[in-house]
Design a protein around this ligand. Sequence first.
Ligand code: NOJ
Length: 724
Amino acid sequence: MSRIDDLISTMTLDEKIGQLIMISLGADTIVTGPKAAADPSVADVRAGRCGSVLNLVGRDRIHALQKLAIEETRLGIPLIFGLDVIHGYHTAFPVPLGETAAFRPDVWRESARIAAEEAADDGLHLTFAPMLDLARDPRWGRIIEGPGEDPHVGRMLARAKVEGFQSADLARRDAIAATAKHFVAYGACTAGRDYAAVDISERMLHEAYLPAFEAAVRAGTLAIMPAFIDIAGRPLSGDKGFLTDLVRTKWGWEGIYVSDYDAIGELIAHGVAADFAEAAALALKAGMDIDMQSRAYPEGLKPALERGLIAMDDIDAAVRRVLAAKERLGLFDDPYGRGSVAGGAARPLAARRAAARDAAVVSMVLAKNDGLLPLAKSGGPIALIGHASVKDDEALGSWFALGDMNPITGLADGIRAAFPDRDVIVERGCDLALDGPSPESDDADIARAVEAAKKAEVVLLAIGEPALLTGEAASRTRIRLTGRQEELARAVLATGKPVVLLLGCGRPLTETWLYDAVGAVLITWYLGSEAGAAIGDVVSGARSPSGRLPVSWPRHVGQIPIFYNERPSGRPWAPGEHFTTRWVDSPNTPLWPFGHGLSYTSFEISAPRAPATFRPGESLTVEVDVADVGDRDGATTVFLFLRDRVASTTRPIMELKRFETVDLAVGERRTLRLTLEPEDFFCLGPDMVARAEPGVFDLLVGESADREKLKGIAVTLLDEAAVA
Ligand code: NOJ
């Protein structure tokens, strides 16, 4: 008999239910959900009332609790310790949307690996990441946590992150399990309001929202977290069709579902369960394994069993999956391995910091440059103005859970280090003002900032969105600067000095007037531990920027949702014709398209080359030449889009199929070979079956989704019947 069968045969009902419960024990330091009626405690562990714990950090505390579970509970089953390790553990990397902008899977993988090494070294086993929610509505604060608007990018990010966190062997002492979240379409919440209902078509779900999760499953993610929301009346946390029929049966996944915080209990508020017993039964029957912090499994599973809503087999199946996960993590054989001296995060601190600095450099997006950047190494004073220049921890973003972190290289230090021969005058300018009016002291601060600007040769204006207004439960209707930052910007611009905007944000901000008024816009997101050093690298030209926008950047909030791969209209916009799809008060295009991002050098991209015809089932290799034709080294991202001209259902105007970011030396020319697989040409027919439909496809390549600048050729997928 296997260890798991053996255990299940001896477990009491209470012990089984305990394995399906995850409690939060970090309430003193880390709070990631609403307040519970009664806080769980160590007594729950001793009594076998839980099988996993979240939000507890510190290897001594974790090991002590593990010891208690092993030595003081009847069966001695080890606990799983989980935490939201979102963009780094000790060493903070750029926030996910920012890091996505790097378009470098190797960077995505490496930052997850380093985070896993550090977290595992602190005793942790599981992270609630990667967040894979496609987001086309920047009003939603959680857009910052994910891969942006494109399904292919989501797929690539999913794979890189799962591989990075888990490594090749989940039982390794430096590996932690990944949780693909939030399954699925959470980002489509109505009007971008967090936790609100979702109503999207099945086609949109399959074409846009599911691919990243399928990729995470293929990459072997140990866990999946169902989303809080319902899709068209089906709350995910209790939906068998999604959780079991699709993911377990169709995709063949064998991992564990961990609910979102209190989400099973919230099935009552959704109105699909009358009490905890019904909520617990719905979730368990759907395939949900672990209840994070709700009272549904603790209080509802037993009554559900008594009422006949569930059977013991349903409980056993979930317990079996949880124990199997513990086995895959190596916890039965090595329960204290992670965090033990021998386990150790072997990588020296300097190497981790260098990786964080590099990730930060390649994540920045130079959205506009009138030639102001890079700044010369010598010259007159630089005025560094704005809240971010004095508040270093803004660079950590809204979700960096640990108190025990490396010092941050702040913006002022980074700029001073990058320009040792220039004066750097630092002024806060004004408060970031989370909400409501800014303090009156701002009058004096703004006046001082204006004086600094007058003395300077150039201004670096480091303003944006307060990190605390991004992330969970941070939806906004006005995605603009807060407090008196607009006033500050106008006052600084009125001095006539050249201004470089360093824009800290976790989503597009619709300050189109400001982007027009300044000489350069560098989007700096929240870049992590080495933010200041990295910004110094780019502003001084030590490194050329190469990040690209993973989301279309709207001109105005009224354009939302705006994304490049929309389906065609029967009345496409045409100049001079009234009855076409358009706004009367705004262009249809975003301010900056998906993939937009400038460099200090320039590139030439050839038209794509590919065989004119190919057969069903064959792959197709597309060649593109790319050259650095400017006067310095740099990197560019080549995007390959596909357009299916005529199909049985309307196809997006174009779909991203491949991207590759290439580092090039001045004058260097390379040929990229991008291979498209048969599935890349599939189309979901009216019957929702994916198949290749013969006909003509356009292959389009370029440095962004700006359709005016793409170069293309047509290829034909032959009709097998006609060929024969
Ligand atoms: C709620 C969030 O939705 C989820 O992303 C997170 O992992 C959990 N809280 C646990 O902290």
